[in-house]
Design a protein around this ligand. Structure first.
Ligand code: UTP
Length: 226
């Protein structure tokens, strides 16, 4: 059975817009898909994580301490998704990729958040995908694909249908900082390039595109691969 890892951006889980309805619809989709695939979800922290990180930065907390705050929020989000998934999720949020891998089985969804300081949940999703031998990673994010520039600032930015691992790598300049946002995280980009795991980037609130990506079909978003 195919194994799929979803990196679910925190901005998708809780943008403050009918969040309960969305989580219910997402849970229904995942329930349907568990018939044909083994699913792992890594939840991000979104603006709640950024709020905590920015507030604690005013107290001169270290980057590691700020990362730990972010990790706490990602795990809270993971628990929320577990509750929406009801009986197909577990009651414990795994704190390592090994624990998450041990939860993987047909008919169930393993849901986790972050692990350790120094990367983001995109990096965790790539490490988990390598660990379980996933066929692909679906990055459900707040934009509907990868653009040549930020489409919110530059209206004539161009969306890419397809990118190579090397092209993604070149977009990752800047490294990690608590709360920093990239298309994908530098550690994750490194892992998927080494392991040749395709990455499907879709708008997380577009559940049709998310389903197409989960099934490895054509998507409106961007596919990163060879
Ligand atoms: P996210 O994975 O949500 O990062 O984790 P992000 O890229 O800032 O968020 P999105 O994708 O734009 O929504 C939130 C923060 O938690 C810490 C980092 O500081 C990260 O920025 N974190 C998370 C870790 O240090 N380690 C982890 O494994 C996960």
């Amino acid at each position: 059975m195919e194994k799929i890892v979803i990196s679910l951006g925190g901005s998708i889980l809780i943008p403050d817009d009918r969040d309960g309805d969305f989580l219910n619809d997402l849970a229904t989709l995942l329930r349907t898909l568990t018939d044909n695939m083994e699913i792992y979800v890594v939840c991000g922290g979104g603006k709640v994580a950024r709020y905590y990180i920015n507030t604690a930065r005013e107290f001169s907390a270290t980057e590691e301490e700020l990362d730990e705050l972010g990790i706490g929020v990602t795990r809270l989000n993971a628990r929320l998704l577990q509750l929406a998934l009801k009986d197909i999720a577990y009651k414990e949020v795994p704190v390592t990729i090994e624990e998450a891998a041990a939860q993987g089985r047909p008919g169930r969804v393993a849901v986790m958040g972050g692990t350790t300081p120094g990367h983001t949940t995109d990096g965790v999703s790539a490490a988990l995908a390598e660990k379980v031998g996933a066929s692909r990673i679906v990055n459900a994010t707040s934009v509907d694909g990868v653009y040549s520039a930020d489409p919110r600032k530059f209206p004539d930015a161009r969306k890419f249908d397809q990118l190579t691992f090397d092209q993604l790598g070149k977009m990752m300049a800047g490294g990690h900082g608590a709360g920093n946002s990239h298309v994908f995280d530098p550690m994750g980009a490194e892992i998927i390039k080494r392991c040749r795991i395709p990455l499907f980037i879709v708008s997380g609130r577009d559940l049709r595109d998310m389903e197409d990506a989960m099934r490895g079909g054509r998507i409106r978003g961007t596919v990163i691969g060879d």
